[in-house]
Each structure stands twice: as C-alpha cells, then as structure tokens.
Design a protein around this ligand. Structure first.
Ligand code: C2O
Length: 590
C-alpha cells in the first residue's frame, strides 16, 4: 500500500511544495517547516493544521483497511489494529521535564506537507567503535565540525543541536498526546517501539550531521561497551574544548578510566575492574541467551494506539541501556544530562551510546536468522514523524534492516558470545543442608509488597512444568513475571532479580543466579508554582526468560524456585511473582 499523503489536496500545499523545491535548489538553510510558514497568517496556519491532522487520520484509516468507522481509540477492549501514529505537532504542551522548566516543544508546528521518506541512496556507511575512531584524525575533525555546525545553527532551526535534543524530551517526557486523546502520551520507551524509534532518531540525526559537512559517508560512532576496551567513557567526548564535550556528567566516571557498571544504581561498585568487566559481559550474554527465543523479552512488550492502562514492560536491552544513562549523568539534582530523559540527548555521547544499543538489536536480529521480531501489524505499521529537511513519516517495518537506511556496523569481536564463564562459584553447593542457615520462605500471596533495600523480598514460586523436553523448550520459553510494579516516579528505581533452587520450602543464604533487572529512570514534573510534583504514575511489569538459566543451574527437576528481589535504588512496590510458559517466536539458541 503506498502512502498517499499527497500534497495535491489543496492549492496551498502544492504551492508550499513548489516553494520548498525552490528552497531546496537554493541550498541548505531553508527548512520547509519554517520557510513555508513565513508570511502565513493564523487562519492559514489553522487550516493547515486541520488538514494535517486529517491527513494523519486518513492514513490511519488506510492502515486499518476496511475498519473505518469501527475504529475507536477510546474503545475499552482491544480493537483490531492500532499502530502508534505520530502526534499533531501543533499540540505540543509542557513536558514532565523539570530540568528544562518543562519546556521542550519545537518552535515549529506541523506544516501542511508530510511526505513519505525517501530512503537514502548513499553508499553503505559503516559506524565504527568510539574507542577506535579516536586516533582517526580526519574522521574526528569531521565529526567535531559537524556537531559544531549543528550547535551554531539558529536556535529555532529544526536541525539545531538543542532542537534535536528536545525531540527526545518531547517523546519521552509526555509533551504530546496521541491523536484523538487528551491524556495518552506518545511514549517511545518501555515498549516494543523503543528500539525502532531510537533507530530512526539516530538515523535522521546522523544524516543531518552528514549534510552539514556535505559528506554522504558520515556516520556516528558506537560506544562499544560490550567489549573490555570499550567499557570506559569514550575518550572522544572528554576534551573540554571540543563541541562533543558536555560538562554535565558524573566526573568520577567520565574522567579517570572508571569501568562502566551495567548494573549501576547510584552506588559505586567496589569490585575489581576485571570483575566488573566480567559481570558486564555476563549480563549481556545472559540477556541475549535468556531472551533469544522471544523478542518481547529483549525488546519490550506491545503498545498500541490509545492504550492507557497497560502495564508497560521494557525489554532487557533497554534495562541494560538505562545503566549507562545513570552512570554518565550527574549524580545529584536532576541527573543531567544523560541521567534524565528530558536532557539526555543534550550530551553527544547519547547518540554514541544509542548507536551501540542499535547495534545490539542488529546482533540480536542476526542471531535469530534475521527473522522479523514481531509479525504484528500494529508494530510493523507504527509510524513516526521526523523533521529532517521535510516532515517525513517513517514506519517500523522499513527500519528492520539497517542497510535499507544505508548504514551498518564495523564487525568487532563479541567477547560475551564466546567462551566465558558466567557461572557463580557454587560454594554453597558443596555444603550439606545442615551447614547452611536455611530459612522458611513463603509464597507471594495476594497483597502488594514494598521492596526494602536492607531486606530483599524472597518468595517461593511454583513452576508450571518441570523436566521439559528439548522440543517443549523450543516451543515455549519459561518466563518469570513480576507484575503491578509501582515506582515513585520522581526518583530512579532499580531492583535485581535472582533465582535459586529451594531446599524443600526452605531457602539457602545464596540468592542464586542473576536473572535480570527492572529499571525505571525518574520521570519528574515541575508544578506551575515551581515546586516538584509526582510525574505520571504507571504500573509496569517485568518479564525474564529463565529456560536457559535453569539449565545453567541444573534446576530442571525443581517444582519450585526461590525468587529474590533486591532493591538497589528508589521506592518500589510489586503486586505478584509468577512463572509462565510463553510461546517462543524462534527456536534460536546460543
Ligand atoms: Cu530514549 Cu536512552 O533513551
């Protein structure tokens, strides 16, 4: 189905198109959304706005095929198809972004011409590791020059560095509501749109940088934090005289070669460097291994247009990625810049970090034989709007293979995929039960429980089936689910999850094997009187694949497991812990 947001619907928009064509021929600097609006009056702008939202709605109806009038975003139970659609840019409002006084709306609103994106026809561009480009003077000169030019653009220019950064605030800190709702934000984290939205965001950012230096081969680097040499803060962002520098960082981490802790929770990891490196590699390895057979475990749960009361579940890749945000941002205040989503993209390292997140997704995809992660139309048809030289619509289905966007990643070793020992030293295994101080552990029950940092929550959970055959495991993955997770939204929350085999109904002192984490960065809000309010409250859930984990700890024949939740930071209440078998979407294993 071709996307017919055609501009010939009104004279006004074709005039605008023509105008833009002229702008284009004249060269850079004439940006459609800005240029075309010059000289417009309010009526014309309002008419354009209305036409534009009609176009988006028409498009949604096209996607919904014959559904037409049946479709309703406010309908209670799931309707048939509801891909996420872009918001009406003219309806941007204050965000939950206290560090920016809640203001991150673009100076431009939607124009009357929205185009389908023409994918670039450039040579295949190769993104390289940040720690390796450091000595490539020619590349570094270009990169710095491009960012310098971006910073020097007029403040209201859509390509301006801070306008680009604000896009992240708009889509994370609730500056837009979804069309036809007045309280459901467009949110690009905590769900299956996290990876595709950020892929496009980086892509447009990278293309703009390339255009600013007239270099079609330009790529941003990736922070190769999945290898030993890449696990420190990339040196290319450290020079205070460079446009890539940002003073708002945790100086303890970004200066002296400190090792990034992928389980960071605002306390310093006191283990040796080599142990932190091993822990990080194991965390990445486990994340891939535990979630390879079911994409939502890695990428996040579905979200569909208009859905309000869902329990958001981010995938474990997003969880890993959050630690780097926390570790780079300032330790106090609003954790600027990287530690708060509203300001994160003001630090150039954001794009470098996300370039590696994007790479992790690409590796995941390759390991799964490049199978489509979600065949659900609501994912494939989810549509985003980016403002490059045009306002352009892009769909998730078009970004699954980065080479369609004409970029790829330099192939570097993947130490976490190789032969690495991630088993805990099983000292408790050799002890007899009499030597261990065993404690009785109960079931979760029905009342929600607040996690307590000094007293981890330990519960016994029954498994749906033990001793499953290989084939059964290929068809269904065993998933540990923690539901009704409530956090105090003005602080960052993190808890880690461990799984062990009980001794009857008793648990040993060892929490067992690390299974994964829940992380939610602070989502704060400044009230109109300047004091801080609670950000929006939403329940979340956490889903962790444990089929491979149970094999690793020889727990196949256990009826029940001891699950331990260790609060690392923030205030968290959880509503239940259970184990389910979910249909896999590929039989891939590593
Ligand atoms: Cu939009 Cu790293 O987050």
């Amino acid at each position: 189905m071709s996307l017919l947001l055609n501009s010939s619907l009104t004279g006004a928009s074709s005039a605008c198109l023509l105008h833009r064509e002229k702008c284009r021929r004249r060269g850079r600097g004439h940006v459609h959304g800005v240029t075309c609006r010059q000289g417009g009056n309010d009526d014309r702008r309002e008419a354009a706005r209305q036409q534009r939202s009609r176009l988006l709605l028409d498009r949604r109806d096209m996607l919904l095929g014959g559904l037409g009038g049946l479709y309703g975003v406010t309908a209670g139970p799931k309707v048939l198809a509801e891909p996420i659609m872009p918001p009406d840019l003219s309806k941007c409002h204050d965000a939950n972004a206290p560090a920016l006084d809640n203001h991150c709306c673009p100076p431009y609103s939607g124009s009357d011409t929205i185009l389908e994106y023409d994918f670039p026809a450039t040579p295949l561009r190769v993104r390289r590791p940040a720690h390796l480009v450091k000595d490539d003077q020619e590349y570094m000169d270009k990169y710095k020059e491009a960012v310098r030019r971006m910073k020097n653009l007029p403040a209201e220019h859509p390509w301006n560095y801070y306008q680009q950064a604000n896009i992240h605030c708009q889509y994370c800190n609730d500056a837009y509501y979804q069309q036809n709702t007045d309280d459901v934000p467009v949110q690009v984290h905590f769900s299956w749109i996290f990876l595709p939205w950020h892929r496009y965001y980086l892509h447009f950012y990278e293309r703009i940088l390339g255009k600013l230096i007239d270099d079609d081969t330009f790529t941003i680097p990736f922070w190769n934090w999945d290898t030993k040499d890449g696990m420190t803060f990339p040196a290319i962002f450290q020079d205070a005289a460079s446009p890539l520098y940002d003073p708002k960082r945790d100086q303890r981490h970004v200066k002296d070669g400190a090792i990034l802790d992928l389980k960071y929770a605002y306390t310093e990891n006191t283990a040796s460097d080599s142990e932190i490196i091993r822990e990080n590699l194991c965390f990445i390895r486990k994340t891939f291994k535990h979630s390879l057979s079911l994409a939502e475990l890695f990428m996040g749960d579905p979200v569909r247009a208009g859905e309000k009361e869902i329990q958001e579940a981010n995938g474990q890749l997003e969880v890993i990625h959050n630690a780097a945000h926390m570790w780079v941002g300032e330790p106090g205040g609003y954790k600027e810049n990287m530690g708060d989503f509203s300001t994160a993209a003001r630090d150039s390292v954001f794009f470098c970090h996300h370039s590696n997140v994007d790479r992790m997704w690409d590796i995941y995809r390759n390991l799964r034989g490049n199978s489509v992660e979600f065949k659900d139309k609501d994912w494939l048809d989810s549509t985003f709007l980016f403002h490059d030289e045009n306002e352009q619509l892009v769909k998730i289905q078009d970004c699954l293979d980065p080479t369609k966007l004409r970029y790829t990643f330099e192939q570097v070793p993947l130490p976490w995929l190789g032969n690495i020992n991630c088993q805990k030293t099983a000292e408790t295994k050799s002890k007899s039960t009499a030597e261990l101080s065993l404690k009785r552990v109960g079931e979760f029950g029905t009342t929600p429980k607040a996690l307590d940092a000094s007293n981890p929550l330990r519960v016994i959970v029954a498994r749906p089936k033990k001793n499953r055959k290989k084939k059964e495991k290929q068809e269904k993955v065993e998933v540990l689910q923690i539901k009704d997770i409530k956090v105090t939204t003005n602080e960052t929350a993190r808890f880690d999850v461990y799984v062990a085999v009980p001794y009857g109904d008793l648990a040993g002192p060892d929490y067992g094997e690390f299974a994964g984490s829940f992380v939610r960065l602070a989502h704060r809000k400044k009230g109109s009187d300047g004091t801080e309010e609670q950000g929006p409250k939403k329940k979340g859930k956490l889903k962790l694949g444990i089929t491979a984990l149970l094999e690793d700890i020889d727990a196949e024949d256990a009826d029940k497991l001891v699950v331990t939740l260790v609060l690392r930071t923030g205030s968290v209440t959880v509503g239940g812990v259970s184990i389910k078998l979910l249909q896999t979407d590929t039989p891939a294993v590593i």
